[in-house]
Every structure is written in C-alpha cells, then in structure tokens.
Design a protein around this ligand. Structure first.
Ligand SMILES: [Mg+2]
Length: 318
C-alpha cells in the first residue's frame, strides 16, 4: 500500500471510532435537548453530559458500533478472509461479554439458537418475523472497514459487504446502504476518486429503489432538513446513510463535517460513525485534529488492531 492509501485506511478507522465516541454525546437527543445540554454545541469529548444513558461509558470511549467494527476486523485478522461464520463467532464472543449499547436487531439475531452456525438463516428469520419491515442501522454502523479490504476489486467489496451485512440484517435497504458506503470508500483508497451522485444512485438501485431518495436528500438538502432527530425514523439505515453522504457531499473538512452531524442528534453515534469514516477517507488521517485522536481512551486498542489488520493485508493480498 502507498503512504496515501495507509493514511486513508487509518482515517477510516479513526473516523469511525471518533464519530462514535463524540456522537454518544448527543445520542437519542433531539435538537431542543441538544440546545439545553450543549448551548454552544458539542465539539469536545470533555463536554459530554454524563446523564443516565451516557454515564455507562467513560468520556472518550466508543460504543457498540465500533465494537462490532472491530469484530469484523478481528475476524479478518484471524481467518484471513471475509467469512460470515468467522464474523458471527466474533460477534457472539462480544455478545457474551458486556455488549453495551447493543441494538434490538442484533440482539434478536444473535440470540437465535445456532446463530454461529447459520448466521444468515438467523438474520433472515428475524427479518421475516418483523414482517420484512425492519431496516435498522446496525449493519451500516460497523461496515466502513469493508471498504478498505480488497479495495481494488469493487465486485469483491460489494460481495464482502453483503456477506457481513447479512449476518444480522437481511433487508435489501440495509445491504444496499452498506454497499454504498463501502464502495465509496474503496474508490477513494483505490483510485483517489470520488463516486458521483449518479454513480451512488446506480449502486443503490441494484439493491432497493427506496435507497435513492435518501441519496438525493443528502445531495440537495441542508443537514437540518434530513431530520436526523425525528423519533419515528430513529435508527433507520437510510437515515444513517444520508447523514454520512451529506458529510461526503458537503463537508469542507473532517472536523466541521463531523460536528455538523453530531449536533443533529438522533442516533448520533451511528450517524457520526458513518460520517466519520467517510470523512476520514475523504480528507485522510492527517486531517483529523489531534485532540480527537488522543482523547480516545482506548486509542491503544484501536492502534494495535489497525496495525495487525495492515499486517494481514500486506501478508495476504498486496
Ligand atoms: Mg452505539
């Protein structure tokens, strides 16, 4: 990998974790509550109000989104490939620890007997029980890493993403929104190019025609008009995707883009994971302010996993 590619890869890892840790500060808050909690806006980990929800984490810690991102990372480091069983086993290990912040869908799917043997069947079953309506954001929140794996082969990136998304999320809106995210990242790493609005819409249309309107929103609307804090759609995969794509299209740098997403509230840690990983890819690790990197209390864990992942990439593929 070139120096520039490594910088982008590192930007994805750190953007993911930083978005998660900072987004926790406004998670489940609406705009009015954010104005009360943070009259001048949230921009530092140290400002995070330790209320009942947030006090379960230490300041500068990430949540389930990045825990699961690292489960994918570990499954690749250990198995040397993208494999639904290897990922399901990592996820199950995490589930049996203290899975703080775990979402409803992941909880239900991982609880299905023999999940680790038949994860895709378990995910399909839970989706069918939801009357095929559940399209939550629990897959897209963890998935940015897959844009950095076999990034030179776009068909493989899409296929890898489908395999891992389907371990817990069966709906085509979930899978398609994940693939939009990972192909966008792989294009940047591979060719230093940026997928256009039309190209992103074409990718989305391969999966579900309900995705494209959310790409259009992120392209045409102000972030306030994405209504990320709307209670009824909190946790919808297309909302998280639109937050990330808004940052992709509109942000001028890592910090401003991320803070705009964080200060919209809603499922803010997830929205900011998606946006952070995209911004980390677009502007690179070098563009991330040091205070956000050093403020991660488990920075050493992230750094170690990142280095092992890079070693694995170098040994296996490049
Ligand atoms: Mg979370």
């Amino acid at each position: 990998m070139t120096e520039n590619q490594l910088d982008i890869l590192k930007g994805v890892f750190y953007g993911q974790a930083i978005g998660d840790a900072l987004g926790l500060g406004t998670e489940f808050l609406d705009k009015n509550q954010i104005a009360e909690y943070y009259p001048n806006g949230l921009s530092e980990y140290a400002q995070i109000v330790q209320d009942k929800h947030r006090s379960r984490w230490e300041i500068g810690d990430w949540t389930d989104d990045t825990d699961q991102f690292l489960c994918i990372c570990d499954s690749i480091i250990n198995s040397g490939e993208i494999n639904e069983i290897a990922f399901a086993e990592e996820l199950y290990k995490w589930f049996n620890g203290i899975p703080m912040g775990i979402g409803h869908t992941v909880y239900k799917v991982v609880s299905v007997p023999q999940f680790t043997l038949y994860p895709h069947k378990a995910a399909e079953l839970i989706w069918k029980f939801s009357k095929q309506t559940n399209a939550s954001n629990g897959a897209i929140m963890r998935t940015s890493i897959l844009g950095t794996y076999e990034f030179w082969d776009y068909d493989k990136v899409a296929h890898n993403t489908e395999i891992i998304a389907n371990v817990t999320h069966w709906d085509r809106r979930c899978v398609g929104s994940c693939v939009v995210l990972t192909l966008l990242i792989s294009k940047i790493i591979s060719e230093s190019k940026f997928l256009t609005f039309d190209e992103l819409c074409q990718i989305a249309d391969r999966y579900d025609d309900r995705i494209k309107p959310f790409i259009e929103k992120s392209y045409t609307l102000a972030i306030e008009d994405l209504t990320l804090d709307e209670t009824a759609s909190l946790g919808y995969t297309l909302k998280a995707m639109s937050a990330g794509l808004w940052a992709y299209f509109k942000a001028e740098n890592f910090e401003d883009g991320l803070l705009r997403v964080v200060n919209e509230g809603g499922d803010a840690d997830t929205n900011a994971c998606v946006a952070g990983s995209i911004l980390g890819a677009k502007f690179g690790y070098k563009s991330i302010p040091k205070k956000y990197i050093d403020g991660l209390i488990h920075k050493d864990v992230l750094e170690e996993k990142l280095n092992n992942y890079i070693k694995r990439l170098n040994n296996s593929h490049i």
